[in-house]
Design a binder for this molecule. Structure first.
Ligand code: FAD
Ligand code: EPU
Length: 337
């Protein structure tokens, strides 16, 4: 365990924001983590995974703990299903590819999402009709207070849209150390009804799609819409899609006839925040070195030298403008630090 001083976090966050961590340490096993948590001289800690869901607005005057626990293993299997355990520091997309290469289905729709396996349960990552909760079996997490490991079952995690216990009651109290997934070995439950996937599979002439085909389709859709953080700094969707009452939606329809929506329950619908932001005039707007992506208005971008505070300021302007026009508050999905 080697604690470094005054480390730039630029390579560690996909927004590419250049702030400094007073101290920085990488943890590659649970004993390291326990030791780090016991360091009395470093009471202020920031847990860092792949840095793909955070906006760093200032230097961090504490200890950044970089989660680097590696390893994937098969825990049990039968003819139909397999339980795979992956440690928190595994890269999510590489884990998806490992599963596909081994014929394990269930997370192919979640291809190319950046970040770590251990962070995936926190906001219940989702894309193209699948959410982490659909394959989640359990996870283990280290309590920051007691420094002991605790297991969380699926029901205990209380997963919702971009939500879990780790964003609610248990926020900031645990470090997830590994996740167990229940995946299929045959009779895959393929999720191909999401519009863009259906048309991409047609384009690929994949009439009988495999899990590989779905992964390829998702990758190519994502590459056409979302900026690659290696080229343009970003954190994916900056805001969540708001869920609103049908009453408000019907009122909005009177003025905005083309407003899209997805049913959530009898009296609620989800509205794409990207549409609201585009209608509010922000899509493709650039201010100095930061702005709103030209292909996806939900994605705020750093063209190079932006500060986190610039992007935060823009996000607040967008929130205010969307609320003024539509009466809808769009909540940030990204963790602002
Ligand atoms: P980080 O940014 O490192 O951390 C996020 C938060 O979790 C921080 O508060 C951190 O302190 C905490 N944390 C990190 N690791 C742990 C741990 N082991 N235990 C406890 N707390 C921890 N998300 C989706 O859901 N769907 C998408 O389609 C999607 N597309 C994206 C596309 C792009 C281009 C980008 C840049 C992001 C996208 N995201 C998407 C968001 C992001 O990839 C996910 O939220 C991902 O799970 C974040 O993982 P991370 O390891 O990078 O988290
Ligand atoms: N739209 C616009 N203009 C835009 C962007 C979107 O009008 O600039 C409207 C269109 O009507 C479009 C609809 O929004 O049909 C949905 O757009 P898209 O399919 O791109 O998905 P999204 O709702 O913007 C969500 C997730 C993404 C996930 C995709 C695919 C959230 C906050 N975002 O985006 O997740 O990859 O669906 O399933 O739920 C992330 O969380 O970081 C993320 C990228």
């Amino acid at each position: 365990m080697h604690i470094q001083e005054n480390i730039s976090l630029k390579p560690y966050n996909t927004f590419g924001i250049d702030v400094t961590a007073k101290h920085f340490v990488s943890a590659s096993n649970i004993d390291d983590l326990k030791q780090i948590l016991s360091l009395k001289e470093h009471p202020n800690k920031l847990i860092l995974g792949g840095g793909s869901n955070m906006l760093l607005t200032k230097d961090f005057n504490g200890l950044v703990v970089h989660i680097n626990l590696k390893g994937i293993e098969i825990i049990s299997e039968n003819d139909n299903t397999v339980i795979v355990k992956a440690n928190a520091g595994e890269n999510w997309h590489e884990f998806v590819l490992w599963c596909i290469n081994n014929g394990f289905g269930g997370i192919e729709n979640l291809s190319l999402i950046p970040g770590n396996v251990g962070t995936a349960p926190i906001q219940n990552i989702g894309a193209y009709g699948v959410e982490l909760k659909d394959v989640f079996e359990s996870c283990e997490a280290l309590s920051l207070e007691t420094k002991s490991l605790r297991s969380f079952s699926k029901s205990e995690c209380n997963f919702g849209y971009r939500n879990s216990i780790f964003k609610q009651e248990a926020k900031g109290q645990f470090i997830i150390t590994n996740v167990n997934f229940k995946l299929s070995k045959q009779n895959y439950n393929l999720s191909i009804n999401y519009g863009a996937i259906t048309s991409q599979l047609e384009l690929m002439k994949a009439n009988n799609p495999t899990i590989q085909d779905i992964s390829k389709a998702v990758i190519s859709i994502r590459e056409s819409k979302l900026p690659n953080p290696k080229e343009i700094g970003n954190s994916g969707s900056f805001f969540k899609n708001p869920v609103i009452s049908k009453t408000l939606f019907n009122t909005l329809l009177e003025n905005f006839k083309d407003i899209p929506s997805y049913p959530i329950s009898e009296d609620k619908v989800k509205v794409p925040a990207g549409w609201l932001i585009e209608k509010a005039g922000f899509k493709g707007k650039r201010f100095d070195d930061y702005g709103v992506h030209k292909n996806q208005a939900l994605v705020l971008v750093n063209f190079g030298g932006a500060k986190g505070s610039d992007i935060l300021k823009l996000s607040k302007l967008i929130q205010k403008t969307v609320e003024r026009i539509f009466g809808i508050f769009i909540e940030a999905e990204v963790n602002i630090l």
